[in-house]
Design a binder for this molecule. Structure first.
Ligand code: CA
Length: 236
C-alpha cells in the first residue's frame, strides 16, 4: 500500500510539480490548495491519521498553515514538513518547537525534499519498533547502548554531557533539533536560554568527531535554528 501524503500548497505550478515527482516515487498525493481543502481531505480520510505525512505551505489564501499544524498536533502524530518561502529563523524555530518535523525553504530541490520525507517517515514509522540505538555515517560509529563511539575504527572518549548531546541528535538522525529542544533534553528545561552551552559542547564534539571541524560532515549547523546529525548510511 502506498503512503499517503497531504500536499497543502496554493501555488498551482509547484503543486503539480510536487504531485508528479512524489507520484513517481510511489507516494499517493492528495493535493489541497487551501486550508479549507486540506481540512476537508483530512475529514474524508476519517481522522488525520489517515494521512502518512503532511507537506504544509504557510502562506495560503484562507489563512496561515501554522493553524493547521496546531490542529494536527492536537489530534495526531502524523509527520508534518513545512515548505515555505519564509526563512526567518524565529519562524522556523517556532514551527519546529510546535511540532513540525522539518522545514524546507523554497525554492528547494526535489532530492532534498525526498530525503527529508524519508527521514520523517522513518522516525514516525519506528514508533512501535525499537528506538534508534546505533548510528553509522562516513567513518563515525556510535552505539548508544554501550555508549561507545568510534571514529575511523579508533575509540573516542566523550564526557557524559558530550555523549548525551550526541545521543539526542542520533535519536533524531537526519532531522533538525532546535537549540531549545537540545538544551531542555540535555541540560534541563530551566536551561533553554543557555545557547552558549551548545556552542561550547558542539565545538568539543566536532573537535573529537570531525576531520575538519570548520567543515563538518556529521554535526551540521542549521543557522540560528539548531543542529542536525547527518542522515545515517543506509545499511547502518
Ligand atoms: Ca503559498
Amino acid at each position: 500500500m502506498s503512503l499517503r501524503i497531504l500536499l497543502v500548497e496554493d501555488d498551482r505550478e509547484l503543486r503539480a510539480t510536487l504531485r508528479e515527482a512524489l507520484g513517481v516515487e510511489g507516494y499517493e498525493v492528495q493535493p489541497a490548495a487551501s486550508l479549507a481543502d486540506a481540512r476537508a481531505l483530512l475529514r474524508q480520510a476519517g481522522t488525520s491519521s489517515g494521512m502518512d505525512l503532511v507537506l504544509l505551505d504557510l502562506g495560503l489564501p484562507d489563512g496561515d498553515g501554522q493553524s493547521l499544524l496546531a490542529e494536527l498536533r492536537r489530534s495526531s502524530n502524523c509527520p508534518v514538513i513545512v515548505i515555505s518561502a519564509r526563512e526567518a529563523e524565529g519562524q522556523k524555530i517556532r514551527l519546529l518547537d510546535e511540532g513540525a518535523d522539518d522545514y524546507l525553504v523554497k525554492p528547494f530541490g526535489i532530492g532534498e525534499l525526498l530525503a527529508r520525507l524519508r527521514v520523517a517517515l522513518r522516525h514516525r514509522g519506528h514508533r512501535s519498533q525499537p528506538a534508534v540505538l546505533s548510528y553509522r555515517h562516513g567513518g563515525l560509529d556510535i552505539d548508544l547502548r554501550t555508549r561507545r563511539v568510534r571514529r575511523d575504527g579508533g575509540e573516542v572518549h566523550l564526557t557524559p554531557t558530550e555523549f548525551e548531546l550526541l545521543a539526542r541528535l542520533v535519536r533524531q538522525a537526519g532531522q533538525v533539533v532546535t537549540h531549545r529542544q537540545l538544551l531542555a533534553d540535555v541540560w534541563g528545561p530551566e536551561h533553554t536560554e543557555q545557547t552558549h552551552y551548545l556552542r561550547l559542547y558542539m565545538g568539543q564534539l566536532r573537535a573529537k568527531l570531525e576531520a575538519d571541524s570548520a567543515d563538518p560532515l556529521h554535526l551540521l549547523t542549521e543557522p540560528g535554528v539548531g543542529y542536525r546529525i547527518a542522515e545515517p548510511d543506509a545499511d547502518a
